[in-house]
Structures are given as C-alpha cells and as structure tokens.
Design a protein around this ligand. Structure first.
Ligand code: DC
Length: 229
C-alpha cells in the first residue's frame, strides 16, 4: 500500500511525531523515511545519549559512577543535524556518527542515560531543537516526557529475535545471539530506570513491526500523520 502524500500538508510545519520504543524495533529507519516523505525534520535522541556517552568514555569518566557522570553532564557541546537524509551528530565539533555505534558505547549508554542530570540536559536540548515543530523525533520518552503534546505518538516494538536479526545485519553481520543479549540488557535498564523509563505514552498507538516490512510501518505512520494534521 502506498499512501499518496504531499510535502505541503497544512499543519506540516508544526506537527510533532513522537516515536518511542525498544532498541532495534526499526525506529530510525521508520522515522527517517516518514520525515523524508512528509518534508519534516528528523531527530534521533538516542544518538545524543550515545554521543554524550562516547564523550564520557573518551574523558575516562566512570560511567557506573552516577556522581561522576552527573558532574560531567554539562561539559560537551552536542549538535544534531536534522536532515532525514543526512542526520549528523557532533561533539565539540567532531562528527561521531560512526563512533557512537561501537560495542563500548552500546554497553555504557544505558547506565549514562539513567543519570537525571544527563536527561535534563538532553531533554532541554531536544525541546530547543523541536522548537515550533515540523519534526519526527525518536527515542524512549518523547511522547511521555519530552513532548507530551505531540500530535502523533507511536510506540514501536518487535519481538527480541527480530530486533536482534535487524541490528546484527545493520552491524554488518554481527552475532545474533550476542546482539540479542545486548539489546535485552539495554531494554531492562531503559524500562526499569527511575527517571523517564521506556513506557508507552498516554495516547500512543502500539505498532508491532515483527511481521511488517519497513514500507508497511512507514505507510501506517504517514497515514496517521495525514489524518491528524
Ligand atoms: O535508540 P538507541 O538504541 O540508539 O538509544 C541508545 C540508548 O539511549 C538507549 O539504550 C537508551 C537511551 N535513550 C534514552 O534513554 N532516551 C531516549 N529518548 C533515547 C535513548
């Protein structure tokens, strides 16, 4: 199914589409494609948590010491480029889009993300970037905390094996079992943390992508946005 859509929908300039969900559920591919089709900007908030984590690792901050992470939370300058065809992330002016996908960052990002000082800094930055809207934003707490007034809220998930297979393919054929273990470990911390846990926001539509193609999920989200704006 291909939903015909034009990039100049009334309301497109201000709409906020919040897509939350588990690691590897297809959020990034979905959000980028939806933003591209609708002429919207795109923000990957996970990349911001990864970038601040990468910076902490390079500064030898002990990522399991919440006080040390909190003390360092304000130092690095993060910038996110919001073109869905070429999203970028820099730390102090250096492009870190490749480095933030490393195993070291995968292992450290959830503990860093549990620290309230990190979250409050990044939530403020995310709200500034969202500004007057016209954007698709992906993360864990977008519909619940960052932008509860988003016109469209999606909670995207898929079964753990499907998610691990996708992530392992993205990583150039990494081991599926090890990838699944790392995804589940992150899910557990992300869902169990005290501040802004991964949860389905009020008013969100739950989409299980296990048996759907990317195009089917994109069509569904594009359809929802066109209905609401
Ligand atoms: O979407 P991702 O897998 O790249 O996110 C990496 C980590 O960042 C994830 O394990 C939890 C954290 N995160 C978060 O706490 N809140 C967000 N809005 C986005 C990501």
């Amino acid at each position: 199914m291909n939903v015909p859509i034009s990039a100049d929908l009334p309301g497109n300039q201000t709409v906020v589409v919040a897509v939350d969900g588990t690691s590897g559920s297809g959020k990034s591919s979905t959000c980028r494609a939806v933003a591209d089709r609708l002429g919207l900007r795109y923000l990957d908030t996970g990349a911001q948590y990864r970038a601040i984590t990468w910076w902490m690792l390079t500064q030898d901050v002990d990522v399991h010491d919440a006080a040390a992470v909190a003390a360092a939370a304000d130092t690095a300058v993060l910038e996110s480029g919001t073109d869905p065809l070429n999203p970028t992330i820099t730390v102090d002016g250096t492009d870190v889009s490749v480095q933030i996908r490393s195993d070291e960052v995968n292992a450290a990002v959830s503990p860093v993300s549990t620290v309230p000082e990190v979250r409050s800094r990044l939530v403020a930055l995310q709200r500034e970037i969202i500004g007057s809207g016209g954007i698709v934003v992906e993360g864990r707490d977008i519909g619940s905390v960052v932008w509860p007034d988003a016109e469209v809220k999606i909670y995207l998930t898929a079964d753990p094996n499907a998610r691990a297979v996708r992530r392992a393919l993205e990583a150039g054929g990494a081991d599926v079992a090890a990838t699944q273990e790392s995804l589940l470990a992150r899910d557990k911390i992300d869902s169990g943390r005290a501040v802004a846990p991964l949860t389905m926001a009020d008013g969100a539509l739950r989409v299980d992508s296990t048996h759907l193609t990317l195009d089917e999920v994109v069509d569904m989200v594009v359809g929802l946005v066109t209905e609401r704006v």
